[in-house]
Design a protein around this ligand. Sequence first.
Ligand SMILES: Nc1ncnc2c1ncn2[C@@H]1O[C@H](COP(=O)(O)OP(=O)(O)OP(=O)(O)O)[C@@H](O)[C@H]1O
Ligand SMILES: [Mg+2]
Length: 392
Amino acid sequence: MAVIGVGRFIQQRQDFEDQIARSYQVEMAARVQIAEGEDSAATRAVVSDQVERREQLQDDISSGTRDTAILVAAGLIAGLTGALLLFSGLIASLRRPLEDLVDASARLAGGDLSTRVEVGGLSETAALGRAFNEMADQLEKDAAEREQLDRLKDEFVLTASHELRSPLTSVQGFAELLMLEKERLGPKQVETVEIILDNCRHLGRLLNDLLDLARSDAGRLALRREPTELAPLIDDVVRTMRAQTDAANQALTEQIEPNLPPVYVEPGRIRQILVNLITNAHEYSPERASVQVSARVVGTDVEISVSDDGPGIPEPQLEHIFDRFVRGDAGLTQRVGGTGLGLAISKSLVELHGGTIRAESAVGVGSTFSIRLPVSPSEAAVAPSPATAEPS
Ligand SMILES: Nc1ncnc2c1ncn2[C@@H]1O[C@H](COP(=O)(O)OP(=O)(O)OP(=O)(O)O)[C@@H](O)[C@H]1O
Ligand SMILES: [Mg+2]
């Protein structure tokens, strides 16, 4: 439309120039006649006609130019609107697949490996969509393989630990029998049997820990929960551990809030966690250190803490302290033989009970390990069930 308008404008201008030129020619011819003495009324009329004609032509061209300008402007506006609509359509067709890709990436990053996008749009966006889907296929395949390997590993650890326990139990049994006949053995033999017994106990603990972790990973750790009073349980663990802390001249104290509500847990597992935490506090702290076990209600949980004023754990190690086979280098760690599984198992057991565990520590000040177990009155009132398997 704008092009037609511009064409028309040029044509109008040309016609106008031609007509004006012709008018001047006619007028000039008349004026020449007048100058040569043919001054008739008709000749003068020609001159004044031409003057009038040019004025008329001037008016015509002005209104014609205005119309053409309106036409050109309308054409330009229509063209611009069309271009704008085309452009926003193009942007929308580009944006939609990109937004889908961004959404899908977020879902994939969130762990939904079945996420795929619809391949479409411009060729570049379609290529991007195809690449995304191929990547998601690969991730899903890798995850399935990893899961399969994890299952095989769990099975292997479960079977190996289980199979190793039987011969170990019999070696330990024979060594204990020998110790009963202690007086018939020479001092060297007694020392040897004691070393065998020590190693059997250590290996037995390690196998039990490995079994617990493998069962927990495989979702096969059965909890025998029952409504449990924590105060007598903590008392009992502290009494058992006192022989070891006394031997190191360490002060083992407890501070239990009165009237703690019962928690619905497997008492043996809570005992195992507390023994792990108190053993750590005792083993990694020097002689004459203080170890305190406390229990209190925090909101809807019961919190049990084991604090010591031992060496503390440096910040970088603290982050990984609950990982398997992680051993720090603070305090007496190198002197104490351990496998780095105690805290990993404690964490796994606390989580199986629906609780949480955390560690706070400052080098040179000490460490506090706290577990929180939910108090659920309705559950605590439930009669003990024979065995409940919980997800790991
Ligand atoms: N109370 C503590 N004070 C200082 N360091 C600690 C304390 N508790 C744990 N640690 C550090 O954390 C590491 C991991 O503890 P964890 O109980 O998991 O394994 P471990 O004691 O080494 O071996 P085990 O499997 O026999 O328990 C320890 O090696 C020690 O360096
Ligand atoms: Mg330990």
